[in-house]
Write a protein that binds this ligand. Sequence first.
Ligand SMILES: [Zn+2]
Length: 168
Amino acid sequence: MRDTLVLNATYQPLATVSFRRALVLVLQEKAVVEDADPGRVVRAAALELPVPRVIRLLRYVRVPFRQRVAWSKRGVLQRDGRKCAYCGGRATTVDHVRPKSRGGADSWLNTVAACAADNQLKADRTPEEAGMRLLFEPYEPAGSRALVLAFGVTGAEQQAWFGEPVTA
Ligand SMILES: [Zn+2]
């Protein structure tokens, strides 16, 4: 399945995203379909939708192409789909892999979503010291990921429409 091209409101190409993410933007009325694959439809929330090849954002988004997304706790929770990095349960907190008290940074690579219980259990220790394993490695959102985070389409929202978690 080919990715969908995202145009800014001014028709300037911004990035490509998966067609599912593109459709979430359309369903949220943040974008309109400019071009679709003829004869191909996908089901989402009991709707039959065209598979978009090109969508256009309705509001102009100032997203310099290679701009990094500023780190934020909210951003980390979104990036990790609100899943705890230690147990896979529902995360409501952000854990510093290398604790802040020991020089760990507020950065994408040093933080993961965590449930309150695991965050408390780990306390001021590294995962190794606490005998805890990360289920996934933290990463810095970039490219279309950064764009999607900027748009605010979360894994949970995508899951709500399509019943599938976000994949890269
Ligand atoms: Zn947990």
